[in-house]
Write a protein that binds this ligand. Structure first.
Ligand SMILES: [Zn+2]
Ligand SMILES: [Zn+2]
Length: 454
């Protein structure tokens, strides 16, 4: 219990800092790292069951901006009642009736933390981040509110060979991130999420897909995207090009795209990169005699009408050849060289959320600030707390149940950090006009990710 509550405290520190209004993509560099993925493959249902991985749950009313419940929960069942109305039952005992709009369910407790989503007749899936349940006319629908980088940890292994060398894995991570950023508004017109979890956007099945190598690749390329003419590039990829990549016009018609040109998948006089890649998939790198990387990779484009190939291709042959990327990675090329080869002329940039933070704003003198209370429904009565604990917390708004829990269960040595934490939470509440938090915690905060599944 002690270590769990230490984590709860840690989670408090990092809550409260996300603003979703940035979804309108004015500048892709400013994109919010918190994204919303519509769980289309799970589908619409009359009933959802959510299970927080550590037995603690926060429910936040995203429509009315208030906490509904924080505390112990093995599972929560959300049931459609009638048009636009649903109810939540926690552990088959506590009921929250006549609910509408969107509720955000966040697992809290010791990381790694995730939420299992169960619906009738389907295999359950677990997701990092939070799950939002939205009522849609006569059904309920789930949205995974998740950190972009955590989302990619699941997407990347779905898209590439699991034992791909690190540079190829990293190139894939950058391509997938770029694709997500480029398409971040594609569902916004008719839905309240950014991307869906099907191949329409990128296949995403949650935590089950994650592997160590892909997680490292995502971490090593944090926030990096490929751009051309100051917009995210169209980082299309395919399985195997057949030895010669073709230009986008030859594949799909339309305007020529300067970085999606036709060229040989390799260097003249050397083995094709995708041939090397196919061998790597069958044998260990150490068992193969590989060519050496050249210092100057030059892409010589073929006529745009070329559809010539050396062997059978798999996929549309435009952009990055994944087997080729695997071959290049094994030979010793870096992810940047791989991307430069398959998307010549593009630039690698880092999204603002992954850039070093500006110096923190200096603390204001105590006593000067007025903390406006947030309406909070207490799920636990304050009289359960020992007075001596509460007397040390000098805050001018009602504490939420998680905070109360944290104080109650924390050991004496932790009191200072609890107080500091609560102050930080109160300050960040004040700074956000539109609701003090959209998500209770952010799984990719540095403090947390160190102890995550990696
Ligand atoms: Zn989609
Ligand atoms: Zn190829």
């Amino acid at each position: 219990m002690t270590s769990l509550h230490k984590k709860v405290i840690l989670l408090l520190i990092i809550s409260a800092s996300f603003c979703m209004s940035a979804f309108a993509q004015k500048n892709y560099l400013d994109i919010d790292r918190l994204i919303r993925v519509g769980l289309k493959s799970t589908g619409k249902h009359k009933k959802f069951q959510l299970e927080p991985s550590n037995g603690y749950l926060e429910i936040f009313d995203n429509t009315n901006k208030k906490a509904v419940y924080t505390g112990k929960a093995s599972y929560a069942v959300i049931t459609y009642v009638r048009k636009g109305t649903y109810k939540i039952t926690i552990d088959g005992k506590k009921n929250f009736l006549n609910l509408s709009g969107e509720m955000l369910f966040s697992p809290i407790g010791k990381p790694p933390n995730f939420m299992k989503v169960k619906v009738a007749k389907r295999k359950s899936r677990s997701y990092r981040g939070s799950i939002a349940i939205v009522s849609e006319s006569s059904f309920l629908f789930a949205i995974n509110q998740i950190d972009m980088e955590d989302y990619l940890k699941s997407v990347v292994p779905s898209e590439i060979f699991n034992r791909a060398p690190a540079p190829a894995m990293e190139a894939q991570a950058i391509a997938a991130r770029t694709y997500a950023v480029r398409n971040i508004t594609r569902h916004r017109k008719n839905s309240s999420y950014d991307l869906c979890d099907t191949v329409h956007c990128q296949a995403y099945t949650g935590i089950v897909k994650e592997i160590k190598a892909a997680t490292s690749a995502v971490k090593n390329t944090e926030g990096k995207v490929l751009t051309f003419a100051d917009v995210p590039a169209n980082t299309v990829y395919h399985s195997n090009c057949g030895g010669i990549l073709i230009c986008s016009t030859a594949a799909w018609g339309g305007k020529e795209i300067p970085y999606l040109v036709s060229h040989r998948d390799g260097i003249k006089g050397q083995e094709l990169f995708c041939n090397v890649g196919t061998k790597i998939k069958k044998k260990k790198i150490s068992d193969l005699k590989l060519q050496k990387p050249v210092s100057k990779l030059i892409v010589r484009s073929y006529p745009k009408t070329t559809k010539k190939r050396y062997h059978k291709n798999f996929g549309h042959r435009v952009g990055m050849c994944q087997d080729g990327a695997i071959g290049m990675g094994a030979i010793g090329y870096s992810s940047r060289q791989i991307l430069g080869f398959y998307y010549p002329g593009t630039r690698l940039v880092t999204l603002n959320y992954a850039r070093p933070k500006k110096a923190p704003v200096p603390e204001q003198k105590p006593g000067k600030r007025v903390i406006k209370p947030e309406p909070i429904i207490l799920a636990m009565k304050p009289d359960k707390l020992k007075d001596e604990n509460l007397s040390e917390i000098k805050l001018e708004f009602p504490l939420n149940p998680t905070q109360l829990n944290a104080i109650e269960s924390s050991q004496k040595s932790d009191k200072k950090s609890v107080i500091r934490t609560l102050k930080e939470v109160s300050e960040s509440r004040e700074s956000k006009k539109a609701g003090f938090r959209k998500v209770f915690w952010n799984p990719s905060q540095p403090d947390i990710s160190k102890i995550s599944t990696n």
